[in-house]
Ligand binder design. Structure first.
Ligand SMILES: Cc1ncc(C[n+]2csc(CCOP(=O)(O)OP(=O)(O)O)c2C)c(N)n1
Length: 431
């Protein structure tokens, strides 16, 4: 008999929904012993041309290289030279110093907004080093490590953060939403996940042209719930696009934990399997594993074997942004209890363990990074900081959209400037 819609009817159980709830809230004792992190070196490394259907173990497991003994283990060891490892450590130390100073700058009122990537440095720096420097990057907002690894000038980053008169983006983007054509770094968009189909489209165009450059996008685990991510997966699989779809699973999407994007049911890497996309789940705090995974996926894409989806399993150690206070929604202990440690320390300890580094050199490197960021910040401040009026002239906000400015916008531009002069006696009253 068909049901009438009455929940109490018959002896059938009432239907119920599950609403995810994070394990720990403020004040709770965090314990991550339920997370199976496997053993470093225990995941097989298949040939780059492997069929995605053979990758279930890699999509549900965790590729790890660095062990508790600080040595590299297993077939995913990328066997980088000590010089390369020191370069990687240098990039990571610089990003950390940069984040510290920019965060403080926001608190001092020099910019309106900043986002740190503390604890996630390996997920952008290691893959950036594994890719070719002209492979096209479609980042999210937490991949400043890629620009640093590609040698983008720090001063340009700070000018953009301050929206000052030297800001190459003319104050038209939110601070930290960088863009650099010369560094093959696509403009960051605040609209989550738009970069995924863009990366796939760019990769398809690269293949159509018979080019050899591949594309890579980065997105947070929360953003994988957006339709754009799934459209990207469909197109990538259907056309065998030479693209790497990176998912940084840092457990939190502002105050929503990863369960709301589906983490209680499956891994983010495993989603790739349903689309027929090669899938790897990687220890995101292990720089060697991150490098090896990206290198594997790049080789796969370059050999026309198809797209890959990489989940970097990591933890967002600090707030979502300067506008966020995580003590309101998660246990302050989580950071310390995170079972995969800190990526900078792990790489440093590895270099020390193989006799290629020591604490003195590390301290000197940290100091040098802090000094470099400080000096560059002072240099950038000469071009202006938030609220000091040293921004691009108002008229520029009307430019670069139309080849010829339509009359009504010209009128608006003139009116804006007239009103400003009437108020302050000059268009640029502060400098
Ligand atoms: C389409 C869209 N929806 C919502 C937002 C607001 N928003 C900005 S960041 C964010 C959280 C994203 O979390 P995640 O994708 O996990 O990345 P994470 O910040 O953790 O790196 C949200 C909901 C947005 N910018 N765009």
């Amino acid at each position: 008999m068909a049901g009438s819609g009455n929940p109490a009817e018959g002896n059938r159980p009432a239907l119920a929904l599950h609403v995810p709830e994070p394990r720990y809230r403020p004040g709770d004792t965090a314990d991550f012993s339920h997370i199976d992190i496997g053993a470093p070196g225990d995941q097989p490394r298949p040939d780059e041309g492997v069929h995605p259907s053979q990758m279930a173990g890699l999509a549900y497991g965790l590729v790890r290289v660095l062990g508790d003994d600080n040595l590299a283990h297993g077939p995913w060891n990328p066997r980088l030279s000590p010089d390369r490892l020191r370069t990687m450590l240098g990039h990571m130390a610089l990003v950390r110093a940069f984040d510290e100073r920019m965060f403080r700058g926001q608190r001092q009122g020099k910019t309106s907004f900043y986002m740190k990537c503390t604890g996630e440095e390996a997920t952008s720096i290691a893959p950036a080093m594994a890719l070719a420097s002209d492979d096209m990057i479609f980042p999210s907002y937490r991949q400043q490590g890629i620009l640093i690894a590609r040698g983008y000038p720090l001063i340009e980053m700070i000018n953009q953060i301050y929206s000052n008169k030297a800001d190459k983006l003319k104050g038209r983007q939110l601070p930290i939403m960088y863009s650099s054509r010369e560094h093959s770094f696509f403009s960051i968009s605040g609209n989550l996940a738009t970069q995924c189909p863009q990366a796939v489209g760019w990769a398809m165009a690269s293949a159509c042209r018979g080019d050899s450059r591949i594309a890579a996008s980065w997105v947070g685990e929360g953003s994988t719930a957006e339709g754009d991510f799934h459209s990207a997966c469909t197109f990538a699989a259907v056309y065998n696009a030479p693209v790497i779809l990176n998912v940084v699973n840092n457990q939190w999407a502002i105050s929503s934990f990863s369960g709301f994007a589906g983490a209680e049911r499956t891994t983010f890497a495993a989603r790739g399997l349903g689309y027929g996309i090669a899938a790897l789940r990687v220890d995101g705090n292990d720089p060697l594993a991150c490098y090896a995974a990206a290198e594997w996926a790049a080789t796969r894409a370059r050999g026309n074997h198809g797209p890959s989806l990489i989940e970097y399993f990591t933890y967002r150690a600090e707030g979502h942004s300067t506008s966020d206070d995580p003590s309101g929604y998660r246990s302050a202990q989580e950071r310390d209890e995170w079972p995969l440690g800190d990526p900078v320390n792990r790489l440093k300890n590895h270099l020390i363990a193989i006799g290629e580094w020591d604490e003195e050199r590390q301290s000197a490197m940290d100091l040098e990074c802090a000094e470099r960021v400080k000096t560059t910040t002072k240099e950038a401040e000469k071009n202006g900081i938030l609220g000091h009026g040293l921004h691009h002239p108002f008229h520029t906000m009307f430019e670069d959209v139309y080849e010829e400015l339509p009359w009504h916008l010209e009128e608006q531009a003139e009116q804006a400037i007239r009103e400003r002069i009437a108020k302050f006696g000059t268009e640029r009253p502060f400098g």
